[in-house]
Design a protein around this ligand. Structure first.
Ligand SMILES: NC(=O)c1ccc[n+]([C@@H]2O[C@H](COP(=O)([O-])OP(=O)(O)OC[C@H]3O[C@@H](n4cnc5c(N)ncnc54)[C@H](O)[C@@H]3O)[C@@H](O)[C@H]2O)c1
Ligand SMILES: O=C(O)[C@H](O)COP(=O)(O)O
Length: 531
């Protein structure tokens, strides 16, 4: 039974889903890093919000971990690179709290424009401070959105309803989407020059960190209201403090801080500054949404391999997962075959899809092929980590697909370009193809030669010159070594030409056997393969 750790405050809905789907869920909220590391290897899944920080050390200690689920949107608290390298899927819930967060940004905008918290405090202190709080009307003012994705778009819709003009800076916002939302796409300088209110809605990445630097903020209009419900690191907090003190900024309302939990901050106590403790996603509705969604997604992955909203792996729907399974298995085995016979590495990979598999979601199939391919040289690699490992290694990958498959209903062919050695063929390419037949993977072609058979866990691969008596000598040698032959598949180019023998054997043969095989006359190459 898979086991997950819920390491942040999640709605009970998540626990119920895990339990109903047969997954054991432990709840341990507020663990220190060391405490988390001490128990991390017990879990297949880790469910978090923003407080728990699965960094590279935690991920390294979590030796059984398969998935990290973020009940929310921002994943800057998770070391995705480390997770990917360890083959751990990272998934979030991109829409579950978007409305709630957009509403919080609007609430903060009004709170700042009318100084509601300070007015409330003064009133309840018996001061009736009516003259101290003359606010700003928002109708017909310009709202500048930095980031116009899910949340930014929802803020735009609401601001339009408030009769504000909306401009947006987002390099990935298309003109069509901007028109659809009724916002004007502008560059950052134009936004800073024109906005009466700025709200931030980007993720925290290396590109967006400090996007509102001291220099950028200096370009903002006097009297600006600044709202940050995205991430603390997006804004220079010290510069904001100085600008609130000087009156250049009329007000600022922040839900998020560079250091959280923010027990102290340079902004605390600044004039016209409003703070909330990262409450953007804190509504009953949003928390129910994200908890349900993350638990469903993590359960799907752990139980069926379906992948939704992953940041480091292609999606696989619950319907696709069973259809893709045999192709994933075939691709992984073909990749493993190619990897094991590429003793000197490879420079380029081509994957060809033919027939029905060409019409399927091929990304996970390719990832499986790469995982098999890299396993021989890298060991600990899986479908999550393989594509990025290959990309980092500089090996070129390409894919082709054709609906035509002349012989088989479906075919996957993997070609790897190996460095030229005495054993590589003239083209420098090794090519293997297989098909899924009756739900089982079968090999159908080796080095362009037809050869049909099932994969066995241990196989002897022999590349030889076709000569009478060779097969007999090979069988006799295996018999003498006490090796039982389970399956025997032969292929050749033409009489007396290059030939292949692929022999399923019961158990691992001694190392000397391949040396003896290699020494047989007419053998070009021999290798034990494991699948
Ligand atoms: N306060 C909270 O509780 C709370 C709640 C939810 C989300 N958030 C934060 O809000 C962020 C945005 O959420 P979302 O759902 O809208 O994400 P999203 O991915 O839908 O939108 C982010 C937008 O930022 C844009 N962007 C990326 N780089 C940019 C750059 N350099 N300059 C300008 N725009 C850039 C993207 O193109 C995208 O449109 C999250 O990443 C998270 O950090 C905070
Ligand atoms: O990115 C998010 O989803 C928000 O920042 C919410 O964070 P939280 O789950 O810690 O409230």
């Amino acid at each position: 039974m898979p086991k997950v750790l819920i390491a942040d405050d999640l709605s009970q809905a998540a626990v119920d889903i895990f339990t109903n789907r047969g997954i054991e869920a432990d709840i341990k909220v507020g663990l220190s890093k060391d405490e988390l590391i001490a128990i991390a290897d017990q879990y297949d899944g880790l469910a978090v919000r923003s407080a728990c920080k699965p960094d590279a050390d935690v991920i390294a200690a979590a030796t059984n971990l398969k998935v990290i689920g973020r009940a929310g949107i921002g994943v800057d608290n998770i070391d995705i690179k480390a997770a990917t390298a360890k083959g751990v899927v990272v998934m979030n819930t991109p829409f579950g709290n978007a409305v709630t967060t957009a509403e919080h940004a609007i609430a903060m905008m009004f709170a700042a424009a009318r100084q509601i918290p300070a007015a409330d405090q003064g009133t309840q202190a018996g001061k009736w401070p009516k003259k101290s709080f003359v606010g700003t009307e928002l109708s017909y003012k310009t709202l500048g959105l930095i980031g116009c994705g899910n949340i930014g778009a929802r803020v735009a819709e609401r601001a339009k309803g408030l009769i504000m003009k909306v401009v947006a800076y987002d390099p990935f916002l298309t003109e069509e989407r901007a028109i659809e939302l009724g916002v004007e796409k502008v560059d950052l300088d134009a936004l800073l020059a024109r906005a009466d209110v700025i709200t931030l809605h980007t993720p925290l990445t290396e590109q967006t960190r400090n996007i509102l630097s001291k220099e950028a903020l200096a370009k903002a209009k006097k009297g600006l209201i600044l709202v940050n419900c995205a991430r603390g690191g997006l804004v220079d907090e010290t510069a904001v403090r100085e600008m609130l003190d000087s009156g250049h900024l009329a007000a600022a309302a922040f839900d998020v801080f560079a250091e959280e939990p923010a027990k102290e901050n340079v902004l605390f106590g600044a004039p016209n500054f409003i703070a909330t403790p990262h409450l953007g996603a804190a509504t009953v509705e949003a928390q129910e949404n994200v908890a349900l969604q993350v638990a469903e997604q993590m359960s799907d992955y752990l139980l069926s391999g379906a992948v939704t909203n992953a940041l480091n792996m292609p999606s696989v729907t619950a319907d696709e997962a069973p259809r893709l399974k045999p192709f994933i298995e075939l691709a992984e085995k073909l990749g493993a075959f190619a990897g094991q016979v590429s003793d000197h590495g490879f420079e380029e990979v081509v994957i060809e899809y033919e027939g029905e598999v060409a019409e399927l979601n091929r990304k996970p199939v390719t990832a499986a092929a790469l995982s098999g391919l890299l396993h021989a040289s890298r060991g600990d690699v899986n479908m999550v980590s393989a594509p990025s490992i290959l990309a980092e290694s500089g090996v070129k990958l390409s894919e082709t697909k054709t609906e035509e498959s002349p012989v088989y209903d479906n075919l996957i062919r993997i070609k790897v370009k190996v460095p030229r050695t005495a054993n590589s063929d003239e083209t420098g390419w090794r090519s293997l193809a297989g098909t899924v037949s009756a739900g089982r993977p079968r090999i159908v072609e080796v080095k362009g030669m037809p050869l049909e058979g099932a994969f066995s866990p241990v196989m002897l691969y022999v590349n030889n010159i076709d000569k009478p008596g060779f097969i007999g000598a090979l069988g006799a040698m295996l018999g003498e070594a006490g090796i039982n032959i389970a399956t025997f598949h032969l292929g050749r180019q033409d009489t007396g030409g290059e030939a292949i023998a692929l022999i399923g054997i019961d158990g691992q043969p001694p190392h000397e056997l391949t040396e003896k095989l290699d020494a047989l006359p007419h053998v070009r190459y021999a290798k034990v393969l494991n699948f």
